[in-house]
Design a protein around this ligand. Structure first.
Ligand code: NHW
Ligand code: EN5
Length: 412
């Protein structure tokens, strides 16, 4: 019945048939924003996590690796690495006070967390500074005590005090009210391991050998001019991506500096972190003009296998941003080639599966490249902003846009 969410400036499920027009839901009066943190449960205190402090990142890693998101039947739990967390929490403009922890006063043990990171998004023609909320997590023994609403209220308060009145977030949970809802698709790279760990089933009419053959990939990439992105490509990739993202209903916009962080964070990492790489980026350089015509990227998250099996972890590559200069009539073929190369490169980097959501232009290649629908969906939400009802090509009875091309935002 959404006792908490009913009180928040988000569109409610039954709102006047979706006729209200787009814009902020509530104007925030700074005089009414509390200047002090909300009181916590007895025995607990607010703290922050400094992503530059190895010990504190270790504590956050410990909390998330044991208590963060699981799939519907608890076969796997997402296991974001410490380097990944540092990457996610240190984008340009990040603030320590938006990485909020809750500690047990006596032991100082970290028992809950929520993070906010600054971002800019474009909704239709409207540019907006927002906070991206992520890594909301409560220790399993502290669940169902209404601590989540408290964390959400506290980060909201801290955003308001910084003059940020809107937020974007994703969740598998269904809350009032998604702006888009995207299914996960999975492309096996190491089918046998996925099968042995309960990630993939053996279809009734197939055999292990046929499944392995079905997902076989060539050992070398096929797009001519494809190479790892270098720092000097940043300007070209920035231009390419900004142009490509323009046509989505909701999309992020990046400064060059932000894009350097999201695509080139690795370069700043100590050498010993190389095995824990988080993001892979490739560009296509035209052999004659030397122009960058396309790029593709993916990032790494492991999942812990929770039921005893011969495998402890699944290594997953997630499709991240990509862009192409190809015009509509050639885009499909171009993307099929480009993403297939990403599959080949991910397999070489020893990933077990390649994930993508049904958004952006992914419909142009998912089926052809043998991605299959997963059992999970990701819902996208905006806080304190109503979006004009979005045209829906799939299902006119559904409030939530399933139109794949409308969503350009990717969240980690
Ligand atoms: S989604 C990942 C969320 N984390 C997990 O699923 C980890 C495992 N689960 C847990 O740790 C990515 C707990 O179950 C959590 C809930 C913490 C999920 N988002 O404390 P109570 C993100 O990080 C509502 C929002 O008793 P709990 C995005 C629920 O509907 N609300 O539950 C985060 C109910 O409210 P209702 C969620 O199980 C976005 C209330 O929480 C939710 O002990 C946050 C119950 O609270 C979810 N994923 O803890 C919003 N799951 O109204 C940001 C449940 O129904 C908003 N709930 O009574 C913007 C803020 C910034 C604004 C700035 C302008
Ligand atoms: C915050 N920014 O449900 C993000 N994963 O489909 C947090 N299923 O991996 C929110 N259940 O379908 C994250 N295999 C929300 C996602 C939560 C995790 C989640 C789903 C997504 C998932 C797998 C494993 C299911 C295990 C049993 C799945 C089928 C693969 C098959 C391969 C061959 C072709 C058909 C599909």
């Amino acid at each position: 019945s959404y006792k908490f969410w009913k009180t928040q400036p988000v569109p409610q499920f039954n709102e006047n048939g979706g006729k209200s027009s787009g814009g902020p839901i509530k104007m925030i009066n700074l005089d009414e924003v509390p200047k002090d943190p909300y009181p916590l449960l007895d025995g607990f205190e607010w703290g922050t996590i400094d992503p530059g402090d190895e010990k504190e990142v270790g504590e956050l890693y410990e909390l998330l690796s044991n208590h963060y998101v699981e799939d519907n039947d608890s076969t796997f739990r997402l296991n974001y690495s410490p380097v990944f967390l540092r990457w996610a929490l240190t984008s340009p403009g990040w603030q320590k006070q938006w990485h909020i922890g809750v500690r047990a006063s006596a032991s100082q043990k970290l028992v809950a967390f929520i993070s906010g990171s600054p971002a800019n998004i474009k909704i239709h023609a409207q540019m907006m500074k927002v906070t991206e909320i992520n890594f909301l997590c409560i220790h399993k023994r502290l669940r169902s005590k209404r601590l989540a609403p408290l964390l959400i209220r506290e980060i909201t308060r801290r955003c308001y005090l910084q003059g940020i009145y809107q937020a974007i977030y994703t969740a598998a949970a269904i809350l009032p009210t998604p702006v888009a809802s995207c299914r996960y698709y999975h492309r096996p790279l190491n089918w046998l391991k996925l099968y042995e760990s309960g990630f993939s089933h053996l279809p009734a009419n197939s055999t292990k050998a046929r499944q392995i053959a079905k997902y076989h990939l060539p050992s070398t990439t096929q797009t001519s001019g494809l190479r790892p992105m270098e720092v000097d490509d940043l300007g070209a990739v920035h231009e390419l991506l900004e142009r490509y993202l323009q046509r989505f209903d909701i999309s992020p916009t990046f400064s060059i500096n932000e894009l350097r962080h999201w695509l080139f964070f690795e370069a700043d990492q100590p050498k010993e972190a190389a095995s824990k790489r988080v993001v892979w980026v490739y560009v296509v350089e035209h052999l004659e003009t030397r122009k960058i015509t396309d790029f593709v990227s993916f990032y790494s998250i492991e999942s812990t296998a929770l039921s005893h099996s011969q495998h402890n972890v699944i290594r997953t590559a997630y499709l991240y941003y990509y862009a192409s200069t190809e015009s509509t009539q050639n885009l499909q073929q171009r993307l099929q080639g480009l993403i297939n190369d990403a599959l080949i490169l991910a397999k070489k980097a020893r990933f077990d599966v390649f994930n993508a959501l049904r958004l952006q232009d992914n419909d142009l290649f998912l089926e052809k490249l043998r991605f299959g629908p997963g059992d999970g969906q990701l819902n996208y939400y905006l806080f304190n902003y109503r979006v004009d009802p979005v045209a829906n090509e799939d299902d006119s009875d559904c409030l939530v846009s399933q139109r794949p091309g409308g969503m350009g935002v990717i969240m980690l």
